[in-house]
Design a protein around this ligand. Sequence first.
Ligand SMILES: *Cc1c(COP(=O)(O)O)cnc(C)c1O
Length: 492
Amino acid sequence: MAGPCELKRQRRSWAEPYKIKVVEPLKMTSRSQRERAMVEAGFNTFLLNSEDVYIDLLTDSGTSAMSDRQWAGMMMGDEAYAGSRNFHCLDKAVKDFYGYRHLIPTHQGRGAEHILSQLVIKPGDVVPGNMYFTTTRFHQEHAGGRFVDIIIDEAHDPTAAHPFKGNIDLEKLRRVIDEHGAEKIPYVCLHTTVNMGGGQPVSMANIREVSGICREHGIRIFLDATRAVENAYFIKTREPGYENRSVAEILHETCSYTDGCTMSGKKDCLVNIGGFLAVNDDGIADAARNMCVVYEGLHTYGGMAGRDMQAMAIGIEESVESDHVRARIGQVEYLGEQLMEAGVPVMRPIGGHGVFVDAAAFLPHVPADQFRAQALAAALYVDSGVRAMERGAVSAGRDLDTGENRIPKLELVRLTIPRRVYTQAHMDVTAESIIDLWQKRSQVRGLKFTYEPDQLRFFRARFEPVGADKVLDDGCGCAASQSEACAASRVS
Ligand SMILES: *Cc1c(COP(=O)(O)O)cnc(C)c1O
């Protein structure tokens, strides 16, 4: 097997296509401080204080670094209550790059999901989609609908090497239509990329075919466009016929097969807050503006400040630049490749916004109902101060009918990479800690609930280790993660 040096020589090094103008110092913590912090956080990385985190890979949501141009745009905020200049800039950016006719700004993605779901879903409806997303499914169910998963089977297999694991299974779609009838299906929810499936993309061919089936039956398609730019990059690099098309062109074509989108601006759009609903239908747009006024804010700001809308308009433009997307996805790949090389079980291929570690394969000694991914994320924080997040049984919640824990096929720890924030060296530190944990994985304990919220429980749940007081019991209590004693105790 090639060593890391040889591999480095094979690939031409690349560096981030930006330089650093402002730095944000990080606090270095000791292992005993992190053990204490983890207990206080109830073994839920969502409940840690950011100050106690060294490298924060909890999410790529709202964590992007803005460019100097975006910060300059912040100074151009027109904070008028109505008809802000910045709204028109954002409106133009969404029309230019996503191509929809009407923009309804919202405070973030779930604001758009709420409005869309309330407007088009009736009790008893079914909403097929390529894997669920937490807030999306919540709003669909809250409006009386039921989500039906129609993603291809490969998506549920962490080792399947399909290049477009986010694709919709056309047979499953046809079956749902046959079974329920088109009138019970308000829309097909198409995620690009598929967050819960590991940031896996959908091919243009698949989008085109899904669109054809939907048109044939008079069913709408709404895109979850949260990471449609990253999806476009995968199409460019993996789908024959698209290699010479720009990311912007591919994004535009993607949207052209759909009737509108919900968008969390906190991801692709390179801003810290914001989102939107965009639709082509005049009637839906009008009704959505009326709902926006009630739940979000006036229809020309929807919960965002003028400056936020300006930063998002500029962020949208920057997000489709090829150097940016290549470096963004390249950095994620760089981390993923190091883990794969060390034999750590990760979701393959590496997705767009993060590396997803297969916690079920990582911790085969921990039973499924002891929340393996939650436990692994807690152990990773204790080991190195890297904060990851659970995407498995805790996120999946309980079955609506039986009240039992849903045990999803994928039990993942998500190492989500913020855009333009961390360097390659941060990726190295992260990889080293996970590889260490892989060597001493038998020392990681399972968890049980001490507090379980009714909705979106993963955000605020609390746990304790099963039959032990530590989640990672490796007898390594030394003061600093970098200390010699600690390094010596690592199995090499
Ligand atoms: C983040 C996200 C959302 C929700 O957006 P928020 O801005 O967090 O409300 C919806 N869908 C997907 C795929 C997401 O990743």
